[in-house]
Design a protein around this ligand. Structure first.
Ligand code: FCB
Length: 445
């Protein structure tokens, strides 16, 4: 696999990522809105849910061994709010806190840097009952959760992210209806967008007050291209870009939401939202960039936002996502050039889904995911190009360590470097895992 570790600047960090709900299994956690979303017929492929997932709760030591044996520097994981605070607020569950305590210790014991994301989408049901992210109070409760975690783990965690991909939580959950809580309502969407941004701001302040450093947020980006040269298509593409790529980035990096997003969302935002922008735009220490694909946009009739996605010309992954490594350097250059300046950037997720059918090898099952090796190689080369052009990119994290519960797609979409047999829960490192291991060993001067 090329490039190798030796092709990156000294100190450049490599990692792999997971998230709580996708791998842990619910165990003793309190109920969350993904549990009820998954329990509602038609929402998740194969009627799958997160009850067992990868059984990581009991197998975390084995999973961390895999991260360490590959030679990664960072392990990015998330904490389930519902496991720590089953009511969403009030008394923590000591067992939930103890689990993350053990997880962080076990990460450190293997020489890995624990990169913690506080919220990767499993909102406690008691908060969902009160309107979830459409309710401002959820953002304040998130601050309490952040404070609690800082108090318990602040002495050991290497980096903190408030939220993972708030766009997905807000838009897919409240506008497209394909993620929990499954709404399709623009007013709910606007409120969720703003309250998630506020949750970041409140969480950030709580983490700072708790004395921890290295605080950031993880945002997802999809560079958008017009499907043709028509004026309406161009305008639709700019609107898409404003909502998808610039809403949270603008809030966090500039303390301002883009005008083109406000055209549609503004009338539905909660009264006085402008007063929250200072908290939302307070300084962070790094920004996480999740990058998977690009989008081709056309104009669509009907109410705002008048856009529709059309398939692009490039090859697609098992998700149907177009493979576009060449858009990554431009994206990183644009983020730093227009919004974040010298702020350290990390690619916090990048990877692909593939069928990854095991075949019988001499010593057991083997997974020949050559397409994933090619995908990762081309994106690593793109990351290297961005660095060569002066982008302050400090690390690259692969999604994901394990095949897992891929949200509305259930267990059918495999993103892991390690294959998981969802019957036996057996882990089998794929060819991409072995290739990354070899590439990380290469420290040639
Ligand atoms: C990202 C999510 C992650 C996973 C990957 C494929 O949007 O952060 O949980 O679903 O996509």
């Amino acid at each position: 696999m090329t490039p190798t570790r030796a092709d990156f600047p000294p100190g450049f960090l490599f990692g792999t990522a997971t998230s709580a709900y996708q791998i842990e299994g619910t165990g003793g956690a309190g109920p969350c809105h993904w549990d009820s979303f998954a329990a509602t017929p038609g929402n998740v492929a194969g009627a799958a849910d997160g009850r067992r997932a990868c059984g990581h709760l009991d197998r975390y030591a084995e999973d961390l061994d895999l991260v360490a044996a590959a030679g990664f520097d960072i392990y990015r994981f998330s904490t389930s709010w519902a496991r720590v605070l089953p009511e969403g607020a009030g008394a923590p569950d000591p067992e939930g806190l103890d689990f993350y305590d053990r997880l962080v210790d076990a990460t450190l014991a293997r020489g890995l840097k624990p990169a913690l994301t506080l919220y990767h989408w499993e909102l406690p049901s008691p908060l969902a009952d009160r309107g979830g992210w459409t309710n401002r109070d959820t953002a304040l409760r998130f601050g309490d959760f952040a404070a609690l975690m800082a108090e318990r783990l602040g002495d050991r965690v290497w980096s903190w992210a408030t939220l993972n991909e708030p766009w997905c939580a807000a838009w897919l959950g409240h506008f497209a209806g394909v993620h929990a809580p499954g709404l399709r309502d623009i007013r709910a969407t606007a409120r969720a967008m703003h309250h998630l941004a506020l949750g970041h701001g409140v969480g950030l302040a709580a983490l700072r007050a708790g004395g921890v450093g290295q605080i950031g947020i993880v945002l997802n980006f999809e560079p958008a291209f017009p499907a043709d040269r028509g004026e309406a298509v161009r305008a639709a593409t700019l609107r898409y870009d404003a909502v998808f790529n610039r809403f949270f980035l603008g809030g966090v990096a500039r303390g301002a939401y883009p005008e083109l997003a406000l055209e549609g969302l503004g009338p539905h935002l909660p009264r006085g939202w402008q007063a929250d922008l200072d908290a939302i735009g307070a300084p962070i220490d790094w920004l996480g960039v999740n990058y998977y694909t690009v989008k081709r946009i056309t104009h669509a009739p009907g109410p705002w936002p008048n856009w529709a996605e059309v398939p692009g010309p490039g090859r697609k992954t098992d998700m149907g996502w177009e493979i576009a490594p060449m858009a990554l350097p431009d994206l990183l250059r644009w983020i730093s050039g227009s919004h974040t300046g010298d702020l350290p950037l990390y690619v916090t997720e990048n990877g692909m889904a593939a069928p990854d059918t095991p075949v019988a090898g001499e010593t057991g099952p083997e997974i020949h995911d050559e397409d994933r090796i090619a995908f990762l190689s081309s994106h690593l080369a793109a990351a290297r190009e961005a660095i060569a052009e002066g982008v302050p990119l400090k690390g690259y994290i692969v999604w994901s360590l394990l095949d897992n519960f891929e949200w509305a797609f259930g267990y059918g979409k495999r993103f892991g470097l390690v294959h998981v047999d969802f019957e036996s829960l057996q882990r089998t490192p794929k060819a991409s895992y072995h290739a990354l291991k070899r590439m990380l060993e290469d420290r040639r001067p």
